[in-house]
Design a protein around this ligand. Structure first.
Ligand SMILES: Cc1ncc(COP(=O)(O)O)c(C=O)c1O
Length: 382
């Protein structure tokens, strides 16, 4: 049913906010009180153990951001000037900037219209002798076609990195997003499903990369050498603090509950939006489980949505106190990169999509209110 015009008083609905319970407060209090000296890695170690169990991967490195995790991963692959890295055009810049910081060239490829994630055929077509890595992004919790992508990577002997910043808790044929490719990264920014305020994690499934990652992540010091202050090469410093790891541990221990909450919010939206004509929501193909980081509405052709109209809608809905967001710009549309308008799907999706608020203590009434406001602004703009 189309929701009725709002009768309740104006309220503010944030795009995202974390769920922090007494468990996290106790861990952080303990870390900040006792986690120094010989105990200064205790929560980092417990957090890392919890992540290894959650993702089922042998190697994890907590970092200060997903950007940092990806920077380390690419540097460990030896990527630098003259190299090309395939990236999805439709993503946040965090998936791409580390490529540029290493002096390599991001090659932006198109999305699939169904998943909004990178198109495997477009990946295959973009491979050149200079291609050194493929980064794929599980956009808004939606899943990339990992079997096809991994087959392309193996065929060309090119490592694949999964950017699961937005997809913690999504599953592809029983495998957690982020744990399927050669390496994975995800974000623990305050808007994400599991948070440490700012933070990230690098996951690795390949023994061959572990020594290089350990060296770079440890500011250039090769593991196993115990010569104080000796540094073997130029490294990076993106470490997470023990205090953040205490918060992260509580979040990972509550992961199932937090992911369930994201799915519950999406179901509330879906139960109403399924009656709106000509829209698409985040897909959940058979064999996949979407953690719905951001419930997203793509308006079909009959809505005559374009970038200007969509932006006006976002402004109007936000002005009413409901924080919706526009779908990302294709990275190649931003001023620092060459435009790729041939990425037609990505350019098209950008102009006709919005993300709806989703957080853990959101109520059904909040979700209905969001849709009432959205519906009101859509009809008043017609
Ligand atoms: C797909 C994607 N990759 C990378 C990032 C960067 O994450 P962080 O802010 O933790 O560096 C984000 C952040 O929102 C993201 O959405």
């Amino acid at each position: 049913m189309t929701p009725a015009a709002p009768t309740s008083p104006r309220r503010t609905v944030l795009a995202a906010k974390p769920s922090v319970t007494q468990r996290e407060i106790d861990y952080v209090t303990d870390a900040v009180t006792n986690g120094w000296g010989t105990a200064c890695y205790d929560y980092l170690n417990r957090f890392s153990d919890a992540l290894r169990a959650f993702f089922g991967v042998p190697h994890v490195w907590p970092t200060s951001s997903c950007h940092g995790a990806l920077h380390i991963a690419l540097k460990a692959l030896g990527i630098g000037p003259g190299d090309e890295v395939i990236v999805p055009d439709l993503t946040w810049t965090g998936s791409v900037f580390p490529v540029s910081w290493l002096g390599a060239t991001p090659v932006c490829v198109d999305s699939l219209a169904t998943s909004w994630c990178i198109d495997p055929e477009a990946i295959a077509a973009a491979i050149t002798p200079q291609t050194r890595a493929i980064i794929v992004v599980h956009l808004y919790g939606n899943l990339c076609d990992m079997d096809a992508i991994m087959a392309i990577g193996r065929q060309h002997n090119i490592p694949v990195i999964e950017d699961a910043a937005e997809a913690v808790g999504s599953e592809y044929h029983d495998r957690p997003a982020g744990a399927i490719a050669d390496m994975g990264v995800f974000s623990m920014h305050g808007t994400k499903t599991l948070t440490t305020g700012e933070g990230g994690v690098l996951l690795c499934n390949r023994e061959a990369y572990v020594e290089a990652i350990n060296t770079i992540e440890s500011q250039g010091r090769k593991p196993g050498k115990h010569i104080m202050f000796w540094v073997d090469e130029i490294g990076l410093k993106y470490k997470m603090s023990n205090i953040q790891a205490a918060l992260g541990l509580g979040q990972v221990e509550r992961a199932a509950e937090l992911i369930d909450a994201k799915r519950r919010v999406f179901d509330w939206y879906r139960s109403v939006l399924m009656e709106w004509p000509d829209i698409a929501l985040n897909p959940e193909p058979s064999g996949c489980r979407n953690s719905y980081w951001q419930p997203t509405v793509m308006f079909g052709a009959s809505w005559a949505m374009n970038e200007a109209r969509r932006n006006a809608l976002v402004t109007a809905v936000n002005a009413a106190g409901v924080n919706i967001r526009p779908v990302f710009y294709p990275v190649s549309k931003l001023p620092m990169y060459d435009a790729c308008p041939h990425n037609r799907v990505a350019y098209d999706l950008h102009g006709r999509g919005i993300n709806l608020p989703s957080y853990f203590d959101m109520t059904r009434d909040d979700a209905d209110y969001v849709l009432q406001i959205l519906h009101g602004k859509l009809t008043s703009a017609e």
